[in-house]
Structure formats: C-alpha cells, structure tokens
Design a protein around this ligand. Structure first.
Ligand code: SF4
Length: 141
C-alpha cells in the first residue's frame, strides 16, 4: 500500500471514531484520552494492525494514537528526489534528531521508529483538531 492510500483509509477510520465520540458528547480532552493505546486496543481493535498483538509501535508508557502517523511526515508516492541511484519518497519536515532516512535497496523512506514526537498527549493537545486530515494537511506533497 502506498502512503496516499494508507492516509485515505486511516483518515476514514479516524473520522468514524471521532464522530462516534462527538455524538456521545466527549470533550476534546476525553477524545484524546480515548485514543490512548491501552483503550484503543480494547475498544477499537481494527484501528491499527499492531493492536491485535497488543504491540506498541514505540516503546513508551503512555502512547497516544490520535496523531498517527505524524503531522511532520512528508511524502510523495511518485518520489520526491533522486539521490544517486536511489529515490527518496518521504522525509521529516522538522528533521527530528530521533528520525533517520532509511535506505531500502534503491528506495529512501523516513524511518520514525525511534521518534515518539506525535505520540505524546501534550503534543496531540497542542496540535489538536477534530478533523485529522486538517492536522495532516501538509503531509502529502
Ligand atoms: S521523525 Fe518524528 S517528528 Fe519526524 S516525521 Fe517521524 S515521527 Fe514525525
């Protein structure tokens, strides 16, 4: 699956959950809390493929899933840049010290596996919008 189709599918799943919570009069903070990993595994098991194995994408205690993937991620499925014989498809717009450019054969993809930036509740609240696509609007180039 390419980045774009993943984004579209994820946006639809995210919206469905937020709409459900809003219809139950959840506040902004209650919605963010609902997206805590432990609650999501229990109540929204289809949201992330890792949930069925109760597995976190990052090793951190309170992992919040509201801003998966990350507002700082930039991508283009057709490629962004040619570097020697390799094509770069994604990068981190803030050049996080915990991210890196991963080289996979002739492809370069941003590797966020060691970066927890978007998974902290404080970051989610600071960048919050009920509409996930609005927060992620700069991701697709
Ligand atoms: S490295 Fe961190 S801040 Fe950068 S795109 Fe990945 S998760 Fe986001």
């Amino acid at each position: 699956m390419g980045y774009k189709s993943w984004f579209e599918e994820h946006a639809a799943k995210h919206k469905k959950i937020v709409d459900k919570l809003l219809s139950q009069n959840y506040t902004k903070e209650q919605i963010v809390d609902y997206f805590d990993f432990d609650n999501m595994v229990k109540n929204e098991n289809e949201f992330c493929p890792l949930y069925k194995d109760n597995k976190k994408c990052h090793d951190m205690d309170a992992l919040n899933c509201y801003l998966c993937a990350c507002p700082n991620f930039r991508f283009n499925d057709d490629g962004l840049e040619q570097i020697d014989d390799k094509t770069k498809y994604s990068f981190c717009d803030i050049d996080s010290k915990d991210g890196r450019a991963g080289v996979y054969g002739d492809k370069i993809h941003q590797d966020c596996s060691k970066c927890t930036v978007p998974h902290h509740k404080s970051y989610v609240l600071k960048n919050f919008n009920y509409d996930w696509t609005k927060i992620m609007k700069r991701c697709s180039l």
